[in-house]
Design a protein around this ligand. Structure first.
Ligand code: ADP
Ligand code: MG
Length: 684
């Protein structure tokens, strides 16, 4: 069977299951096979209750004694019961899982897997996973894949489908030139795919992973080099002159630009006035004030009589930039006439905006991917700014730039990438650093605490809300059932609603919501109709609500420090003192030590480096540093060596055979053609 077939061609995958897979962006078999496990589970011998360590994941074999009691707190059903083994007892708690009453029988033994916590001398476990002993013993001793899931789709179902796909599909075609594979002693493609899902042992899993990470980087870099061909030394199609309005705006702003902002602004101006088209990456930590630099560049562009566009990764962020620009335009009488273009606008609204763009009535267009739709025709597009570029692919950038000849491109990112890596990844861009924060900021107060601190945190949140401020609470997961022992947005929102006084408005936000709903929530939050927003990391990107003063992160140990640092950047944006509460849900000391780094530094580069150093190269799963430059398996920090190697080989291959036409590169050439033509591949 061909791997491009729809997954419904697998036995046991009907329309209903296919819809669930679609939620994980899996539609065909190829995508199923490239949906790698996010971790592996080893089912070890259960421990005695007396040996269980508070805060550390474990399995216990214990007997249900006494009855299961149920109580209702607002719309939350809480089940409680006690289990015992020869050495001790554990008090179990479950939320909204009434069926447990039907599967557990008094006097029988079960295996409970979860994280025990010591509470007033008693061991408790929340939401522990339950196995029948015979079921559990079958799983012992093997590396079991753990996949990302969605409600209704079980891990077993995904594993079964992958297993079937591997037996019925032809995945022999190895596109890597044989000599590279030999030189680097990489596993064959088929073996790597098979064993990344079902590794016979840890070593073989690492081997498979190495091959697939190499592929990701190699293909990415080949494509990048190919794009570079088009842009290197491109003549500027839109030479500009210095204008008075930018100077006037800088003078009129309520703050003065930092030294770093001034320096970068000079670099931008020089580019725009030069003979070559600008191709520049603006890197600056969260809160360093990149937006105003983009607006200045756009102002110079429209004052020269051209159009400019600014692309943001989310509708929320695009909407926010649009509003900021409108306010600035009004306040300082700037020559902007901005238009907003996003996917969730009605067809009629879009048509009207297309018209304004085409006629030139709109001279700045702010939006999401919608900006690069075929239908959008620009009158005279001269400058393209992309904000938080790591969410976009090279290809998308290219497509927008392709809307005109010799268009200037400016890319803004808060991703802390060391210069050596930036040169590999963004080899085609010049780099400017905004390496200074505005001086008037009060430093954020941080604390790293265990789950027993929650009660205190909730009271603190109540107090801050009472003072008219707002709060973010971050959970790693969206809904119940995705990963055990990890907080999810939906249940947490319910919990907070029942804990906090009713006058406090609690709402939630996550990536699986419809864009229009997400926008609505963010608007309500910005308008202060919501006090506490429980969210996944979707709020990480660029949002600016200066009234928010508290950021509480549940299961902080599951995030890379660089990402936590980005999250932290959502508070401390106004005049009020702001606070960050990082909850270490694992209770492990090594996680406390790691998270402590956030306490000592506010420098994104330093934090990312220290994180990597502390965790060492062995820690491949569970934490992803990025969320930044998202490859499926590879992580630019952890796999830096592989990345460098891949860069070397990509250059070598193209040096000898730029068109990938030699016989040994034939399969690779075909593969690259597909890659370059698929837009999706580039939404990394
Ligand atoms: P980021 O670099 O994370 O995109 P923003 O551009 O959103 O940061 O800026 C964060 C906040 O700082 C905004 O409210 C902005 O108005 C303000 N700001 C920008 N530059 C300065 C400055 N030089 N002094 C004081 N505040 C500034
Ligand atoms: Mg920003």
């Amino acid at each position: 069977m061909d791997t491009r077939e729809n997954i419904t061609s697998l036995k046991g995958v009907g329309e209903k299951t296919a819809k669930l897979f679609a939620k994980l962006n899996i539609q065909n078999i190829e995508e199923l096979l490239h949906n790698y496990p996010r971790d592996y589970e080893t089912f070890s011998q259960p421990t005695l209750i007396q040996d269980a360590v508070s805060g550390e994941f474990c399995s216990i074999r214990a007997c249900l004694v006494g009855n299961i009691t149920a109580k209702k707190v607002r719309n939350l059903t809480i089940l409680n019961f006690t289990v015992k083994d020869t050495s001790g007892e554990v008090f179990m708690t479950y939320f909204n899982t009434p069926y447990i009453k039907n599967i557990l029988k008094k006097g029988y033994f079960y295996i409970f897997r979860g994280i025990p916590q010591n509470k007033n001398g008693k061991l408790i476990m929340e939401q522990a996973k339950i196995y029948k002993p015979e079921e559990y013993f079958k799983l012992m001793g093997v590396l079991q894949p753990k996949y990302s899931l969605t409600a209704g789709l079980t891990n077993h179902m995904v594993a079964k489908s992958v297993k079937q796909a591997l037996t019925v599909c032809d995945v022999e075609n190895d596109y890597l030139p044989e000599w590279i594979r030999q030189e680097l002693q990489l596993a064959p493609y088929r073996q790597a795919i098979e064993e990344i899902h079902f590794p016979p042992d840890y070593e073989r899993m690492l081997e498979s992973r190495k091959r697939l990470v190499f592929d990701e980087f190699f293909i990415f870099l080949l494509a990048l080099r190919k794009c570079k061909e088009h842009r290197a030394d491109l003549e500027s199609g839109y030479p500009m002159m210095e204008v008075a309005s930018t100077r006037r705006l800088i003078e009129a702003l309520p703050y003065s630009l930092t030294g770093a902002q001034n320096k970068v602004w000079q670099e931008i101006q020089k580019d725009l006035m030069g003979k070559k088209a600008m191709n520049r990456l603006i890197q600056g930590d969260v809160g360093s004030g990149k937006t105003i630099l983009a607006f200045l560049a756009l102002l110079m562009c429209v004052a020269n009589g051209y159009q400019g566009a600014m692309m943001a990764p989310t509708e929320v962020l695009a909407g926010q930039h649009y509003e900021t620009m409108r306010r600035l335009t009004e306040k300082y009488r700037l020559p902007f006439s901005p238009a907003l273009l996003t996917g969730s606008m009605t067809a009629k609204e879009k048509r009207q905006t297309y018209e304004e763009i085409k006629s030139g009535k709109a001279n700045v267009i702010i939006g999401t991917h919608a900006l690069i739709q075929e239908k959008v025709e620009y009158k005279q597009l001269a400058l393209v700014v992309t904000d938080e570029q790591h969410r976009f692919g090279v290809r998308q950038r290219e497509r927008l730039a392709g809307k005109g000849e010799g268009v200037h491109v400016m890319v803004m990112s808060a991703t802390p990438i060391p210069r050596t890596l930036a040169l590999i990844l963004y080899g085609d861009l010049d780099i400017s650093l905004v390496d200074e924060l505005p001086a008037d900021r009060l430093p954020i107060k941080n604390c790293v605490v265990g789950t027993q601190y929650r009660e205190k945190a909730y009271r603190f949140i109540e107090k801050e809300v009472g003072m008219g401020h707002q709060v973010y609470v971050i959970c790693p997961m969206v809904e119940e059932g995705e990963t055990d022992g990890v907080e999810n947005v939906i249940s947490y929102t319910e919990k907070l609603k029942s804990i906090l006084p009713e006058r406090i408005q609690v709402s939630y936000l996550h990536g699986k919501m419809r864009p229009a709903d997400k926008n609505k929530i963010m608007e309500e939050y910005a308008a202060h109709n919501i006090d506490v927003l429980v969210s996944t990391t979707v709020i990480e990107v660029g949002i600016n609500v200066p009234n928010a003063t508290v950021m509480m992160v549940e299961n902080a140990e599951r995030f890379g420090l660089a990402q936590l640092h980005q999250l932290r950047g959502r508070v401390g944006r106004g005049e009020h003192q702001s606070y960050c509460i990082f909850i270490n849900g694992s209770g492990k000391k090594q996680n406390f030590d790691r998270l402590e780094i956030l306490n000592h530094s506010n420098d994104g580069f330093y934090i990312a480096g220290e994180d990597l150093r502390l965790r060492g190269p062995g820690d491949l799963f569970g934490i992803r540093q990025s969320g930044l430059m998202d490859f499926k398996l590879g992580d630019i920090y952890q796999d830096t060596d592989v990345l460098k190697t891949a860069a070397g080989y990509a250059d070598k291959v193209l040096e000898e055979d730029a068109g990938l036409e030699k016989p040994e590169n034939e399969v690779l050439g075909k593969y690259m053609e597909n890659v370059l033509n698929s837009v999706d591949f580039w939404t990394i």
